[in-house]
Design a protein around this ligand. Sequence first.
Ligand code: 13P
Length: 338
Amino acid sequence: MNIEDIAKKMCANGKGILAADESTGTIEKRFKSINVENLEINRLTFRQTLFNSSAMKDYIGGVILFDETIKQKTTLGPTIPELIQKQGAIPGIKVDKGVKPLAGSNEETVTEGLDGLRERLKEYYALGARFTKWRAVYKISDKYPSSQSIKSNAHALARYAALVQEAQMVPIVEPEVLMDGSHDIEKCYQVTTNVLNECYNELNIHKVNLKGTVLKPNMIIPGSKCKNECSSEEIAKRTLDCLKKNVPSEVPGIAFLSGGQSEIEASKNLNEINKINDTNFLITFSYGRGLQASALKEFGKNQKNIENIQKAFNHRARMNGLSSKGKWSENLEKETAA
Ligand code: 13P
């Protein structure tokens, strides 16, 4: 399959992306919250339980993995990438090496990982990966994000995307404007506009084929400490407006991060966006916490109760699958969860 077809397949037909690419440090935080020790076998058990769920076939087009996970063999027989392929989804891999302090702007970060990337990409392709992820992070405050942060992160994202396409894989371009802070929805709209513009400017300079990319943005949403609440309708309207104005129409798919929204909020907001989507973008989810929080809780209660863990995951995957078509409803959520 060529990269343009892969990009569409990742986001089409009521499917989205499962972001299971938590680094060892991030999964440690998640496991701590459920009192599970951060051992390789526990990471493998949780992830293979999700990837073996029945909802994978219907609602998951791609799975983003971490370096350790793509190299693991399941206790069920196949390797992790083989299990994902068997379920009809495409294996992907996070290739950035995380955020590091940005010299010259002490409170901000730049994402690193370009050194040796060409060689690592070859290895991941051989292991079965057909798409990749790189996440840039922007913090909102009175002073930030600075243009230094916006420019340096966009430059790195574009160099990453060009290398990934050279290796015949689809780059997920993830510029995440964080929800942290007390800023209002308007501020999020403005910052996201600047960030997206600079990203597409750099992607253009680096001759990236946008038809073979997927954008993974934040929704346009008030900061988590903002006093003014916003309805889902307003979030959807502002988000779609921002995407229409700042994302080139060649981009086939837009898969949102959940970014700290609750599972229900993430489903509800995605649903509202799709209800009013009058663009050609395939708009779906690429959720980490938004897909896994309930399943993780069940895993914390009893790691051996595969049925309950999968039930929780199947439900969230189905709800988000419905949201990607604008067919989710609160009633459906209550009925099926009961
Ligand atoms: P969340 O959906 O939990 O924000 O994670 C998505 C992701 O991949 C962040 O890089």
